[in-house]
Ligand binder design. Sequence first.
Ligand code: PGA
Length: 253
Amino acid sequence: MRKKIIAGNWKMNMTYEEGQILTSEIVQMAQDEQLKDVSLVLNPPFPHLHVVKKLIGGAPNVFVGAQNCSDKESGAYTGEVSAAILASFGVSYVIIGHSERREYFKENNEMLTEKVKQALAAGLQPIFCCGESLDIREAGTHEPNVKFQLTDSLFELSAEEISKVTIAYEPIWAIGTGKTASAEQAQEMHAAIRKHLASKYGKEVADSISILYGGSMKPSNAAELLAKPDVDGGLIGGASLKSRDFIDIAKSY
Ligand code: PGA
């Protein structure tokens, strides 16, 4: 059985105060509304991690994740945060290779491999993002494009290592645009990703890897997307900043 994961990517939003309110509300609702078989992952900006972890306390199925980590192990890299530092704060997950990091901070496939390795070495579970731009989608080459991102960044991992990775398929044209991939488009790509993983690691490993969809997922479209057999959860941006919306997405399963 694959893990069902609803992860919130707060991006560069939320003050200290706002983050605490949001976290407390989510933890409370998850408990009151008995969200049992879905893991919730909150990915706030770095300074929130400690308090978010504390507020989650012993809540079952609620975890804290970071939005990025360094590709280096430790040392003189001013402004960077290593995977080991994150792990020492009780962080469980880390988003790696979000399209905003690829575009604005010039993160390339090679660097992302290093980040994934650092995360795994520190005991974190990477949420590895992939996805095509609008011109690639319109040219019809989205499938080979996404497969290449996976091959180039992940395929030097062992089967044991890749089993600890969660994939997030996020078509860039759907992120923050209000435009969602249709459930059919998402399923088609998720199935292609799983087949690609199987071609390298075998069916059993590929079947055990959770593949999340991201890009304008909200309560009104979540049920349809999450009903697809290869969609194992969501990576939620905008709608993760409202506790009610975030929980309603998780309840759409
Ligand atoms: P969105 O962002 O839900 O606001 O489109 C998703 C993401 O970038 O992870």
